[in-house]
Design a protein around this ligand. Structure first.
Ligand code: AMP
Length: 403
């Protein structure tokens, strides 16, 4: 279906045309009719499916430009997602007079209050900052007609259930709720039962398989050779843009320090940086002013870096979900992408879990380990006590001939 077939405001159609959006993505096709009719909605959709616009376009369409009050409230789990969301709304609304703004922690609340005093029609917020503002400013939600919870499962993982329930309790008037989530844990069922009215369910994650345009490479490395392997791969692959994921700030620092001496355009991002720095890094990476980004999982969830061609898992992700989120930063909207994951001997159990849960058929750079010999237990934890506490054995590699 084409956007021009929908009865959208001329300003929105103009902006979509400028951006080169012609056809609706499947999630947009399935959610638009319900949202425009004002039905409550639960959508299980992967990031990269166009779910931001699936919500942002109908919201911009439905805002009354003559009413200078918050008419749509969008809750997201992180500051970076708030910025990404508000950027997307801003360009969709560019040819209209609809105003959007994002509030999040780590940034002056007074500046945010004064912007809100001038009137904002679409507010994107992280839960903590929104609650602060509800307690400490005359923020009015009485005109909110659309309430959106994006990455709802992640917000609940971060312990925001009570805050979200509080926000629901502030909106006693009639409104429509749209809940986007990658999974459907019990708390989401609970929220939906208590706060949504006869919601339509749009499920686009029937198969959790990663997109076909994403190839999964793995390489067994010894810790002391890992950095030189990475540099070798960068030289071979010549990524257009790449993110190197590490499991901690400390590892991020170390890799960044080493990499600075080897490649030109590299920056690092992790939760220890102040918010202004993080925001500017994300924007610069999105604009392709930065080629390589060394990052913790802070950069792994939901963010849309469309030009990223390579993901390097310098440290193995903690679990299958983290692998999906990290590698989901590439191969977006059908583009090609390559994920290259370094594995050390001690990682084999976790690797088995990741491969099985995500149904990945790995391609190996260098020797292929014999994974049938690796422990297959869930959770990725090494057993403790007498059986697991002994000296670690190296995994035997399969002989080359058997590959
Ligand atoms: P999201 O899942 O919201 O992160 O979106 C993934 C990417 O798809 C973003 O770069 C969007 O700008 C892009 N996108 C969303 N909808 C469309 C569309 N209808 N046509 C082309 N690109 C789109």
């Amino acid at each position: 279906m084409k956007f021009t077939e929908l009865d959208l405001k001329q300003g929105i159609l103009k902006a979509l045309k400028k951006k080169g959006y012609e056809d609706l993505t499947p999630i947009q096709e399935q959610t638009f009719p319900h949202v425009l009719k004002g039905r409550d909605l639960i959508s299980l959709a992967q990031t990269g499916s166009g779910k931001t616009a699936a919500c942002a376009i109908p919201v911009v369409q439905s805002v009354d430009p003559s009413l200078n009050e918050i008419q749509a409230l969008i809750l997201v789990p992180t500051r970076e997602l708030a910025l990404q969301y508000v950027d997307e709304i801003a360009w969709i609304a560019k040819e209209t007079t609809v105003s959007a703004f994002a509030v999040y922690g780590g940034f002056s609340i007074d500046i945010q209050k004064s912007k809100l005093n001038h009137g904002v029609q679409i507010l994107v917020a992280t839960p903590g900052r929104l609650i602060d503002l509800l307690y400490n400013s005359p923020l009015r939600l009485a005109e909110v007609r659309y309430f959106v919870l994006d990455e709802a499962d992640e917000m609940l993982n971060q312990g925001f259930l009570t805050d979200i329930e509080f926000v629901f309790s502030c909106m006693v008037h009639e409104h429509h709720t749209m809940l986007f989530s990658a999974t459907m844990p019990n708390e989401i069922k609970h929220l939906s039962k208590n706060y949504l009215e006869d919601p339509v369910m749009v499920e686009l994650i029937a198969d959790k398989k990663a997109p076909d345009s994403l190839s999964h490479y793995f390489q067994v490395v010894q810790p002391r050779h890992r950095f030189e392997k990475l540099v070798e791969l960068i030289e071979q692959e010549k990524p257009n843009q790449a993110i190197m994921f590490c499991s901690s700030r400390n590892n991020c620092d170390k890799l960044y320090d080493h990499l600075k001496g080897k490649v030109k355009s590299v920056e690092q991002i992790h939760g220890g940086l102040d918010q202004n720095k993080r925001t500017s890094l994300f924007r610069r990476f999105k604009r392709r002013d930065i080629q390589y980004l060394v990052a913790t999982d802070i950069a792994s969830r939901g963010l849309d870096f469309s030009h990223t061609t390579h993901i390097f898992n310098y440290d193995l992700p903690q679990n299958p979900e983290a692998y999906t989120h990290r590698t989901g930063r590439t191969a977006r909207m059908g583009r090609e992408g390559k994920a290259i994951t370094f594995v050390m001997d001690r990682d084999m159990r976790k690797l088995n879990v990741i491969l099985r849960a995500n149904r990945i058929k790995p391609q190996w750079i260098g020797d292929e380990p014999d994974l049938s010999k690796a422990p297959r237990g869930g959770g990725g934890r090494r057993p403790s006590g007498p059986r697991g506490g002994g000296k670690r054995k190296n995994f035997r590699r399969k002989p080359k001939s058997s590959r």
